[in-house]
Unconditional design. Structure first.
Length: 656
């Protein structure tokens, strides 16, 4: 890379379902561009972007890895993301910092569960995307079936800019339909597909005017109106060079002005033995240099940058500078967290939520004296993946973490052993339920004893629509309740709702502060910290709560003869389904099923169909549980309903 004379950039994410060939494609790109001298292999554990020990052992990516290379005088920042659904949070964070994407679809398996989920997120963020059909050399590769899948499940707005030559063992690459070797009929079909999407272009096409049709295709692709389709076999290096060309031709340059005020986001945190905590930052505007003092907008603090580094696998180099449109690791910010916005938030795109952990597990360790080390290790890992959301029950000396699935648990166990030397086992996963209000009502507290204290609060509490979360408002005069006390109450309401009557988070409700009083002499600034949870729990106890459970949308594909048994199983799991569809000799069944009853079903299905059935699930939201389903979770800390005990405990904690 020649450094200063490269001004053009691309920030590209590589996304796919597990085993579609993301890391293999990335390794070939690095090799072809001259970034690496030897070709890395996933199976041999030598892939540059799989630098964690556990990734080398398992042959899967569990962390998003950033790397870069130069191609056609353009510096390409590439993020190789995990393909397994258990590591969806890594994908979610990577999406936010990308300007373009390569979505890899296997020519054998076609569009799979994760592919659909990623596609809907790419569309929500309007990220221009190239669809790369990989593994064209494998037995069972079926181009037409994959294109049908893409049109049905992803988008009809695709254009084939290549034509594959042969398939399966005879696959010999693809012909560029813009090139001199392309068949006239194929080129005409491509041009017509572009012209049909624009009235003026169509008129010019009909009248036979000369046009630069590739330039029109590139413009539409960069606006995410069309999605170029390409073919390859990355394992053999076939099609990778053309894909690299396409990244430059069809994906946009990042915007951003290096002279504008600083604006960026932290999308990943890692720890380095020598550099310590490294925050991976995508800068949208402005410039950051070594030794700059920068403002963390989310935490409202300022921190000093010690070094700005390019990190690739186990190698890193000091850049000293990070400019708008670029990505690098920033050292020195000891308090920074994932999703923190650096500088001005206006230029940072919205977040897309894909990953919702539906399971909680308890950690167990061999020896009692390991407890502080396990707490510290899991809290450090929670910094790197906030969705782990470590719950530390100090009194019970218990640790609970939230996870996406069993593979993540296995990886967590391995990382704790490899990185920290800790033998930690996890209990059986249980589903994360939630609570919501049974009916409207009020929560009230007059916290007047034991003196000195004075805090009076009354909340109106109303059920909200499913999925609406928490809405909070205050209608209290500032002379009755000073603004600083009102702010304290607003901060404490969400905390108070983290544990309802059954121990689960309370969601989908509106809480309105309708009455509040402080006392000129007797009120202590922390009285409302103590009073708010008591008033909220008083309200929950008076109106009661209903249990909500996570529900999944599913698509099951099975041999026709297994259909009857599977439909019966779905009913037994309290699921519902649409009329099944027959595709050849296979039955496609779609519907909804509770997560709690279907946790093990994909394994059951595998055994029932001797490996010929597949089950894809997507989180569909939380729904009310039937009356006969109950689930309670042990409360952390003292229950605010036990007011005298709670007041003593809270006062002690606040003084401590």
């Amino acid at each position: 890379m020649t450094g200063k004379d490269i001004v053009r950039r691309r920030n590209v994410g590589i996304f796919a379902h597990v085993d579609a060939g993301k890391t293999t494609t990335t390794e070939h790109m690095l090799f072809v561009s001259g970034r690496t001298r030897a070709l890395g292999s996933v199976d041999a554990g030598t892939a540059m972007t799989d630098s964690l020990e556990v990734e080398k052992e398992r042959g899967i990516s569990v962390r998003a890895a950033t790397t870069s290379f130069s191609w056609r005088d353009t510096n390409i920042n590439l993020v190789d993301t995990p393909g397994h659904v258990d590591f969806l949070s890594e994908v979610e964070r990577s999406l936010r910092v990308m300007d373009g994407a390569v979505l890899i679809v296997s020519a054998v398996e076609g569009v799979q569960a994760q592919t659909e989920m990623i596609w809907s997120a790419l569309r929500k963020l309007r990220i221009p995307t190239i669809i790369y059909i990989n593994k064209m050399d494998r037995i069972g590769a079926d181009k037409e079936a994959v294109l049908r899948d893409i049109r049905s499940y992803l988008t009809p707005d695709l254009i084939e800019v290549q034509h594959p030559v042969g398939s399966e063992q005879q696959f010999a690459g693809a012909v560029d339909l813009w090139g001199a070797d392309a068949a006239e009929g194929d080129r005409t079909a491509l041009v017509e597909a572009i012209a049909e999407r624009d009235e003026q272009l169509l008129q010019r096409y009909i009248s036979g005017e000369a046009e630069d049709w590739k330039s029109h295709a590139a413009s539409m692709a960069k606006r995410a109106e069309l999605f170029p389709v390409m073919y390859g076999a990355s394992g053999k290096g076939i099609g990778v060079t053309q894909l690299m060309d396409a990244v430059i031709d069809y994906l946009p340059e990042p915007g951003g002005n290096a002279q504008a005020p600083l604006s960026g986001i932290v999308f990943k945190i890692e720890r380095d033995k020598t550099m310590g905590r490294m925050a991976f930052v995508r800068l949208y505007e402005g410039t950051m240099r070594n030794r700059d003092v920068i403002r963390n907008h989310m935490q409202n603090i300022e921190e000093k940058v010690t070094q700005i580094r390019k990190v690739e696998g186990n190698r890193s180099e000091d850049l000293g500078l990070l400019e708008a449109g670029d990505i690098a690791a920033v050292c020195g910010m000891s308090h920074v967290r994932i999703s923190d916005i650096i500088g001005d938030p206006d230029a940072v795109p919205e977040e897309v939520r894909l990953a919702v952990p539906l399971l909680t597990v308890q950690a167990h360790w061999a020896e009692q004296q390991q407890y502080p080390a396990v707490v510290a290790a899991l809290q450090e890992l929670s910094d790197e993946d906030p969705l782990l959301d470590v719950q530390w029950l100090q009194d019970e000396r218990e640790l609970h973490v939230k996870v996406m699935g069993p593979i993540q648990l296995e990886i967590l166990t391995t990382v704790l052993e490899n990185r920290y030397g800790l033998q930690v086992k996890f209990g059986q996963p249980s589903v994360i339920y939630k609570e919501t209000l049974s009916q409207p009502g009020e929560g009230y507290i007059a916290y007047l004893m034991p003196k000195p204290c004075w805090a009076i609060l009354r909340f109106r509490m109303e059920p909200g629509e499913r999925g609406s979360g928490l809405q909070y408002e205050a209608f209290v005069r500032s002379e009755d309740l000073l603004p600083q006390y009102q702010n304290e109450v607003a901060r404490r309401v969400p905390e108070a709702l983290q544990q309802g009557l059954k121990g689960w988070e309370v969601v989908d409700l509106k809480v309105t502060l309708v009455e509040g009083q402080h006392h000129v002499w007797h009120t202590h600034p922390l009285d409302f910290v103590i009073a708010t949870p008591m008033a909220i729990m008083n309200g929950l106890a008076s109106v009661g709560t209903k249990l909500l459970e996570p529900v999944l949308n599913f698509r099951i594909v099975v041999p026709e003869e297994s259909g009857g048994r599977v439909m019966n199983d779905i009913v037994l799991m309290r699921g519902t389904f649409e009329a099944p569809m027959l595709q050849g000799d296979r039955l496609v069944i779609e519907g909804r099923v509770p997560a709690a009853t279907s946790l093990e079903y994909s394994m059951e299905l595998n055994s029932l169909t001797k490996g010929r059935g597949t089950m894809a699930t997507f989180f569909a939201g939380y729904e009310e549980c039937p009356a006969d389903v109950s689930a309670e979770r042990t409360r952390r800390g003292v229950n605010p309903l036990d007011q005298s005990k709670y007041i003593l405990s809270a006062r002690k904690a606040l003084q401590g």
